[in-house]
Design a protein. Structure first.
Length: 115
């Protein structure tokens, strides 16, 4: 099974959110790596092929649309799941069959993390 496991990069500044997502994904047998900022995430994507990237839509002042453009220059096929607390960070027209947005509230994450 190890040869077919999907790899995911989780990029999140909040340690609790990063730990929660990476833990849940590992339990589902994904290979998970983590980063805390966009610059390092972009470096990782240049070095390693990931099946998916899960990241905060407003990371280090890099908005979702800008981040997506920069990521797609490095790997046009990477799937991206943006986590956002604000609807404006990733406009709907930026989404396609490789780009998704999950709008979450701090309260929702706290409830999910506690259960």
């Amino acid at each position: 099974m190890s040869g077919s496991r999907k790899s995911i990069l989780v990029v999140e500044t909040d340690a609790a959110v990063r730990t929660m997502f990476s833990g849940l994904l590992r339990k589902q047998h994904y290979r998970v790596q983590t980063e805390t900022d966009f610059k390092e995430a972009l470096r990782r994507v240049k070095e390693t092929r990931f099946d998916c990237l899960i990241m905060d839509a407003d990371l280090d002042g890099v908005g979702g649309t800008d981040a997506l453009e920069r990521l797609r220059l490095v790997d046009p096929s990477i799937k991206v799941l943006f986590l956002s607390r604000k609807l404006k960070e990733v406009p709907a027209h930026a989404c396609d069959d490789r780009t998704y947005v999950c709008y979450v509230s701090a309260e929702g994450l706290a409830d999910f993390h506690e259960s």
